[in-house]
Design a protein around this ligand. Structure first.
Ligand SMILES: [Zn+2]
Length: 424
């Protein structure tokens, strides 16, 4: 529960992942730096069911770690724990620990809806037909009966499914005691801004008071590495999405603080200036999810520490290299590893701290940076999870150097360019 009773995410918020529940303080420190720079960025700790399953953790551990960090650093603004990418099957264990629910309905996109439901939707939303002029945008949306019908055919079943999950959470926790998000990002095709507008109408009809929505944007959002796609196109699409959301708030009765949730898969540096520019242009907020990057900062801190800690990071790489196919399988849609660019475990065994951190740290202008190496380690957290206490003891023994990397990464590479709009 929110201690101070304020149930709003605020305009700017950042979703952080803390796979081993050891970095909440270092992550919160980045939000404190933002506050010191004059901007409130609300922290949300997110962890998916998949991550809990791989690590063998319970949602209550996320809440405990977040709460302890908030107490230790005297954070007085809200903070949230996000049941990330849950479905009706997986939501149960998150009920008591979470107050933010990312309802994932990507699997239901394209599933046929009842034709009576489609007809009813098209009839109810006839007011969307014709030309819709969005504030702050030159081009207008032209929506035909065909567009409404097609979009309903593709997304109505998914929205109805989200409604079912929302109702289950509301029944368990009480209406207005949590923030609902709907995510449609883990799918192959991007949703167009027109589709987003129509989907929002359906969500309003379904009675889901969503506070954030995560569409799939065009381009590739691979785990832990930069955006691959046309940045100008992304910016045009983002502007239309923000304008569509403003329209939906005004006309569909959705919550006034509804905003986009950008599921970044971490480190989409090249689109950060576009996100910042659009937020300024529409005076809009954003929720930026950047989950997996902290685990890599743990590895960087351990490598920097040298000795046993550096040796462990090499062992983790060797294991990840040996099991690369099974580690990558759950993420095949969101990683692009070039096997030819992966150094052999023997090579890595000879590396210095500096060689390891330069290959891993996401500084693209550094010639030693290796995106394939980074992506493999990004999905390799299962190896560290299997090491159990051995890994955690080294995290604890090297807390200082790791925390410095975690805070600096989150603040300098994410919060500053997205929310403060300063160049790196
Ligand atoms: Zn996502």
């Amino acid at each position: 529960m929110q201690e101070n009773g304020v149930f709003a995410l605020g305009k700017y918020s950042i979703g952080v992942g803390d796979r081993f529940a050891h970095q909440a303080k270092a992550q919160l420190q980045a939000c404190i730096k933002a506050r010191d720079a004059g901007l409130t960025v609300i922290p949300v700790w997110n962890k998916s069911n998949r991550e809990h399953a791989i690590i063998g953790s319970e949602p209550s551990s996320v809440r405990r770690a977040a709460h302890a960090a908030v107490e230790a650093l005297h954070w007085t603004d809200p903070y949230f724990c996000d049941a990330d990418h849950i479905t009706v099957e997986t939501v149960g264990r998150f009920m008591s620990s979470c107050d933010f629910f990312t309802v994932d309905v990507a699997d239901a996109i394209g599933r046929p809806a009842l034709s009576a439901d489609i007809d009813a939707f098209v009839k109810r939303r006839r007011n969307l037909l014709g030309i819709i002029q969005l504030a702050g945008i030159d081009e207008a949306f032209a929506i035909t009966v065909e567009d409404l019908t097609q979009t309903a055919r593709k997304f109505l079943a998914a929205v109805k499914q989200a409604g079912g999950v929302y109702q289950a959470i509301a029944a368990a926790k009480g209406i207005g005691t949590f923030l609902p998000e709907i995510s449609m990002d883990e799918t192959d095709n991007a949703q167009s801004p027109v589709e987003l507008l129509i989907i929002l109408a359906a969500i309003a009809d379904e009675g889901i008071p969503i506070r954030t929505i995560a569409p799939k944007f065009s381009g590739r959002f691979n785990k832990g590495v930069d955006y691959v796609g046309d940045v100008d196109q992304f910016e045009r699409e983002l502007a239309l999405d923000m304008a569509a959301i403003a329209y939906a708030v005004e006309h569909f009765g959705l919550p006034s603080d509804l905003k986009l949730s950008v599921h970044s898969g971490s480190d989409k540096f090249s689109i950060y200036p576009a996100i910042h520019a659009c937020m300024k242009r529409f005076d809009a907020g954003v929720h930026l999810k950047t989950a997996g990057t902290t685990w890599l900062e743990e590895l960087i801190g351990l490598a920097e520490a040298g000795g046993d800690a550096l040796a462990l990071t090499k062992e983790i790489y060797a294991e990840a290299y040996g099991h690369r196919e099974e580690l990558c399988a759950p993420y095949f849609a969101v990683i692009d590893i070039d096997p030819a660019k992966l150094p052999s475990p023997e090579q890595v065994r000879g590396w210095s701290s500096q060689q390891y951190t330069s290959a891993l740290r996401h500084v693209q202008k550094n010639p030693a940076y290796n995106g394939s190496f980074r992506q493999l380690l990004h999905v390799g957290f299962k190896i560290a999870a299997k090491m159990g206490r051995r890994y955690l003891d080294l995290l604890e023994a090297n807390e200082g150097v790791i925390a410095r990397n975690v805070t600096e990464n989150l603040y300098e590479r994410h919060i500053v360019p997205v929310f403060l709009g300063r160049k790196e």
